[in-house]
Design a protein around this ligand. Structure first.
Ligand SMILES: [Zn+2]
Length: 171
């Protein structure tokens, strides 16, 4: 008899809200815990990632975010990279100031910290690559949408709040 069939409901184990309410389809905001693994230098990013995921529930987040600090020996070409196979994003925490030596070679002058807004800008750019692999209008717009979810009050001095990244190569 179908009437005998016992429906396992979530309310039996974990009671949420008032009784009689239907089973919640979405988990509440307070419960959202991200699985993304972050480098210690980038732990502060977690709240921003979470903000993005709350506003854009379908956003594909990286499994891992690793930090990168450039050295004086090599010119850094990009501030970030996205790897699709293991869904890893690499984000630079510092950048280089450069100069041209007498031989006309580009050399590193100093290693400088990047402002958080600039780092978040890179983060948005790289996450957008999981949706749009190539650079172009869609990728740019998607980067901007992600960046906006961070709700930064101060505009990034480099991108002026547009979320546009200058130093960037193909992932
Ligand atoms: Zn890119």
């Amino acid at each position: 008899m179908p009437a005998q069939k016992k429906k396992p409901t979530r309310q039996n184990t974990a009671r949420r809200g008032k009784k009689g309410g239907g089973a919640p389809k979405k988990r509440s905001k307070a419960e959202l815990v991200l699985k993304t693994e972050l480098s210690p230098q980038l732990h502060w990013m977690y709240i921003y990632l979470r903000k993005a995921k709350l506003k854009m529930p379908n956003l594909v987040l990286p499994r891992r975010i690793r930090s990168f600090r450039p050295t004086r020996n090599k010119i850094m070409r990009v501030l970030g990279n996205a790897y699709f196979d293991n869904r890893t994003v690499v984000i630079a925490t510092h950048t280089q100031t450069t100069y041209m030596n007498r031989k006309g070679e580009l050399k590193v002058k100093k290693i400088v910290r990047l402002p958080k807004a600039r780092i978040l800008d890179t983060l948005a750019h790289e996450i957008a690559h999981f949706q749009y692999a190539d650079h172009g209008y869609e990728h740019e717009e998607f980067t901007r949408s992600i960046f906006k979810t961070f709700g930064l009050k101060e505009k990034c001095p480099y991108c002026k709040g547009t979320g546009k990244v200058q130093l960037e190569g193909k992932p």
